[in-house]
Design a protein. Structure first.
Length: 483
């Protein structure tokens, strides 16, 4: 299931990576630094609203779908979660109105925040559809849904920016794109709720499982966005724009990889646990850990190596120099956060011990806030990025130690050591290449680095690269035969 997911979700994640980079390029050129900063702040607010109110519903669907499939309880599952989402959406309307009327900020910021908030319940419905598709192994439809949302949201955002929407432009795309999708995909999903009723006992169980996840995601959001608010407070909106551009460039690139592998791996882990045993789970988790180590470590190192020429190509001239300076820090932060969220913290969701997530996220959140208060006044953007690295580093350590008492997520040390060594050798070769800037340097560094790393991991079989490649080839032949 994991390898099938890797192949099936690959096109959508390649598209997300391309559109993610294109989004930074387009909007850092179409928007001023202040407008891009307004977008960054508004995006942080809507993300916080989403994780606070709706993410627990999506988490419950993801974790309990296999259980409902085994017990024949899809009707109750769907009815309970969708009706709850509708009720919260209705109660959310006064929050949006109150935000517009009473938020102590400029009209442009209030409008951008409210546009972002309006789209939160809509995206929750879309995510419920997507999570259910992934849980039942419908890779093709889930990937197609992702691809349409990414392309439509990007295109609509561009039109809005050209129309003078300012910092609200990307948020308009995030609002309208799911509205175009839901009439097509939602009716078929709601049919599964027929015959089911909202079950209070189930809802309590779903909330007990899912809401600690929402709170932990909220703490994770503090880790990811506190620096922006503190930069706005201490240095202004233009500094937020520069930092967010760099953060988006490095973090989004790695996030796409982690989301790709996590999307393929999470359902496989749930199925291994529900339909197999702890031994089956350990085997599936080891496969996922090896794939994460094999692919994301060199990606983070590569981003750090090409930070300057990549910023010259992608980021607008107002934000370029500051963004290039902090990109290596952000790459390290994104690598640590990816392993935290998409691997180690799965111990608590799989074991349904989600309250322990609060412990593992509270400590790094406090570290991050303290680090920002101390480092931003002295080091500016670099201080904010360093605080983020420290916070996620502490988070990984806390998750490993707390998780050992719940459900041990294996760490293949041989593969980790080999992939780190191969990445270091790759970096040494790339650093010897000429520096002439622009897209040419990015392409040269990336191609040489990739060839060196691929040769080394194949020679050493780091991350079980040879076996993974053989499995992917076998799965690809199976897909071709089915077609």
């Amino acid at each position: 299931m994991f390898v099938r997911g890797i192949l099936g979700y690959l096109p959508s994640n390649i598209l997300q990576a391309v559109v993610g980079v294109a989004t930074i390029w387009v909007f850092t050129h179409l928007l001023t630094a202040e407008q891009f900063g307004i977008y960054a702040l508004s995006f942080a607010v809507l993300t916080l609203a989403h994780v606070s109110l709706f993410s627990w519903i999506e988490a419950a669907m993801e974790r309990h779908w296999a259980e409902a499939d085994r017990d024949g309880g899809h009707g109750a599952l769907y009815a309970t979660l969708y009706k709850t989402a509708l009720l919260i959406s209705v109660l959310f309307v006064p929050v949006v109105i109150g935000t517009y009327l009473f938020l102590p900020a400029s009209a442009e910021i209030r409008i951008a925040v409210c546009i972002g908030l309006i789209g939160v319940p809509v995206r929750c419905c879309m995510n419920l559809v997507k999570v259910a598709l992934r849980a039942r192994g419908d890779v093709r439809r889930a990937a197609n849904l992702d691809m349409f949302f990414v392309v439509a949201g990007f295109a609509i955002g561009i039109v809005a920016a050209l129309s003078g929407a300012g910092g609200s432009a990307p948020l308009i795309g995030l609002l309208i794109a799911p509205l175009l999708l839901l009439p097509v995909v939602l009716p078929a999903e709601l049919k599964r709720a027929r015959g089911g009723v909202l079950n209070a006992d189930r809802l309590k169980a779903f909330a007990a499982y899912g809401y600690p996840i929402s709170i932990s995601l909220g703490m994770g959001l503090i880790l990811a966005t506190t620096d922006r608010f503190m930069l706005e407070w201490l240095m202004g909106e233009a500094a937020v724009g520069a930092y967010h551009a760099s953060y988006s460039l490095a973090s989004r690139t790695l996030d796409v990889m982690f989301i790709w592998l996590g999307t393929a791996g999470a359902p496989a882990l749930v199925m291994a646990l529900e339909r197999g045993s702890r031994d089956a789970l350990k085997e599936a988790a080891t496969d996922q850990a090896r794939a994460l180590i094999l692919l994301t470590i060199p990606a983070a190192v590569g981003l750090a190596l090409v930070a300057r020429p990549l910023a010259e190509v992608v980021i607008g001239p107002q934000l370029r120099s500051a963004s290039a300076m902090v990109t290596p820090w952000i790459a390290a932060s994104a690598l640590l956060s990816g392993f935290l969220y998409y691997y180690f913290n799965q111990a608590f969701t799989l074991a349904k011990r989600t309250r322990l997530l609060l412990v593992t996220m509270l400590i790094p959140a406090v570290v991050n806030i303290g680090g920002n208060l101390v480092l931003i006044p002295r080091f500016g953007l670099s201080g904010a990025a360093a605080a983020s690295v420290a916070g996620y580093g502490v988070g990984v350590i806390a998750s490993i130690f707390v998780g050992r008492r719940t459900l041990l997520m294996p760490v293949p040390m041989r593969d980790l050591t080999l992939c780190l060594a191969c990445s270091a050798a790759m970096a040494a070769v790339v650093l010897m290449l000429p520096s002439f800037g622009g897209i040419g340097e990015v392409m040269l560094d990336a191609s040489v680095g990739a060839l060196v790393y691929a040769a080394l991991v194949y020679a050493t079989n780091a991350g079980n690269a040879r076996q993974l490649l053989a499995r992917i080839r076998g799965e690809a032949r199976g897909v071709e035969a089915a077609l």
